[in-house]
Design a binder for this molecule. Structure first.
Ligand SMILES: [Cu+2]
Length: 119
Protein backbone atom coordinates (compact mmCIF):
# COMPACT_ATOMS: atom_id res chain seq x y z
CA UNK A 1 0.00 0.00 0.00
CA UNK A 2 2.78 2.34 0.96
CA UNK A 3 4.65 1.47 -2.24
CA UNK A 4 1.66 2.07 -4.49
CA UNK A 5 0.96 5.40 -2.81
CA UNK A 6 4.53 6.43 -3.44
CA UNK A 7 4.25 5.33 -7.08
CA UNK A 8 1.09 7.34 -7.43
CA UNK A 9 2.69 10.37 -5.80
CA UNK A 10 5.66 10.13 -8.16
CA UNK A 11 3.37 9.77 -11.14
CA UNK A 12 1.42 12.84 -10.08
CA UNK A 13 4.62 14.76 -9.57
CA UNK A 14 5.79 13.76 -13.05
CA UNK A 15 2.48 14.90 -14.54
CA UNK A 16 2.60 18.19 -12.67
CA UNK A 17 6.14 19.01 -13.67
CA UNK A 18 5.43 18.03 -17.29
CA UNK A 19 2.48 20.38 -17.44
CA UNK A 20 4.52 23.14 -15.85
CA UNK A 21 6.33 23.45 -19.18
CA UNK A 22 4.39 25.40 -21.74
CA UNK A 23 3.11 23.24 -24.56
CA UNK A 24 3.02 24.68 -28.04
CA UNK A 25 0.26 27.24 -27.67
CA UNK A 26 -0.86 29.17 -30.68
CA UNK A 27 -0.12 32.87 -30.37
CA UNK A 28 -1.46 34.17 -33.63
CA UNK A 29 -2.13 33.22 -37.19
CA UNK A 30 -2.30 34.74 -40.64
CA UNK A 31 -5.08 34.96 -41.62
CA UNK A 32 -6.21 35.57 -38.04
CA UNK A 33 -8.84 33.30 -36.55
CA UNK A 34 -12.24 34.67 -37.52
CA UNK A 35 -10.84 36.99 -40.18
CA UNK A 36 -12.55 37.80 -43.44
CA UNK A 37 -10.04 38.51 -46.18
CA UNK A 38 -10.66 40.19 -49.50
CA UNK A 39 -7.75 38.47 -51.20
CA UNK A 40 -7.29 34.71 -50.94
CA UNK A 41 -4.20 33.97 -48.87
CA UNK A 42 -1.43 31.96 -50.53
CA UNK A 43 -0.26 30.56 -47.22
CA UNK A 44 -1.53 30.00 -43.73
CA UNK A 45 0.89 30.86 -40.95
CA UNK A 46 0.46 29.49 -37.45
CA UNK A 47 2.70 31.08 -34.85
CA UNK A 48 3.32 29.30 -31.55
CA UNK A 49 5.00 30.22 -28.31
CA UNK A 50 7.75 27.62 -28.71
CA UNK A 51 9.54 25.82 -31.53
CA UNK A 52 7.42 23.19 -33.22
CA UNK A 53 8.26 19.81 -34.70
CA UNK A 54 6.94 20.37 -38.20
CA UNK A 55 7.55 16.76 -39.27
CA UNK A 56 5.20 15.55 -36.53
CA UNK A 57 2.60 18.27 -37.06
CA UNK A 58 -0.34 18.32 -39.41
CA UNK A 59 -2.68 20.98 -40.70
CA UNK A 60 -5.85 19.94 -42.51
CA UNK A 61 -7.72 22.57 -44.47
CA UNK A 62 -11.46 22.21 -44.92
CA UNK A 63 -13.30 24.47 -47.31
CA UNK A 64 -16.82 25.24 -48.47
CA UNK A 65 -19.11 22.23 -48.37
CA UNK A 66 -16.78 20.56 -45.85
CA UNK A 67 -14.46 19.60 -48.68
CA UNK A 68 -10.93 18.74 -47.62
CA UNK A 69 -8.53 20.93 -49.58
CA UNK A 70 -5.38 19.17 -50.75
CA UNK A 71 -2.28 21.00 -49.59
CA UNK A 72 1.39 20.35 -49.21
CA UNK A 73 2.53 19.34 -45.76
CA UNK A 74 2.95 22.21 -43.32
CA UNK A 75 6.59 23.13 -42.78
CA UNK A 76 8.44 25.23 -40.25
CA UNK A 77 9.22 28.76 -41.38
CA UNK A 78 12.88 28.80 -42.38
CA UNK A 79 13.49 31.93 -40.29
CA UNK A 80 11.26 31.08 -37.35
CA UNK A 81 11.09 27.59 -35.84
CA UNK A 82 7.99 28.63 -33.87
CA UNK A 83 5.92 29.15 -37.01
CA UNK A 84 4.24 26.52 -39.17
CA UNK A 85 3.55 27.49 -42.75
CA UNK A 86 0.96 25.80 -44.90
CA UNK A 87 1.16 26.63 -48.59
CA UNK A 88 -2.33 27.03 -50.03
CA UNK A 89 -3.73 26.34 -53.46
CA UNK A 90 -5.88 29.03 -55.07
CA UNK A 91 -8.82 29.42 -52.72
CA UNK A 92 -12.23 30.52 -53.93
CA UNK A 93 -14.70 32.54 -51.91
CA UNK A 94 -16.13 30.81 -48.87
CA UNK A 95 -15.54 29.70 -45.33
CA UNK A 96 -12.44 27.73 -44.40
CA UNK A 97 -11.17 26.09 -41.30
CA UNK A 98 -7.71 24.74 -40.67
CA UNK A 99 -7.53 21.95 -38.11
CA UNK A 100 -4.03 21.87 -36.74
CA UNK A 101 -2.34 19.23 -34.63
CA UNK A 102 1.05 20.42 -33.62
CA UNK A 103 3.89 18.76 -31.79
CA UNK A 104 5.81 21.16 -29.62
CA UNK A 105 9.52 21.04 -28.96
CA UNK A 106 8.78 19.27 -25.66
CA UNK A 107 7.04 16.40 -27.49
CA UNK A 108 3.54 17.34 -26.42
CA UNK A 109 0.79 17.63 -28.99
CA UNK A 110 -1.80 20.37 -28.98
CA UNK A 111 -4.73 20.83 -31.34
CA UNK A 112 -6.96 23.61 -32.45
CA UNK A 113 -8.53 25.26 -35.42
CA UNK A 114 -8.39 28.54 -37.26
CA UNK A 115 -11.38 29.75 -39.20
CA UNK A 116 -11.34 32.36 -41.90
CA UNK A 117 -13.49 33.54 -44.75
CA UNK A 118 -12.42 34.50 -48.25
CA UNK A 119 -14.74 37.13 -49.66
CU1 LIG B 1 4.27 20.45 -23.31
Amino acid sequence: MKTSFRTLALALLALTSASAFAHAKIQQSTPANGATVGTAPTELRLQYNEPVEAAASTVKLIGPGDAVIATEKAIADKDDAKTLVLGLPKLGAGDYRAEWSTMGHDGHRTKGEIRFTVK
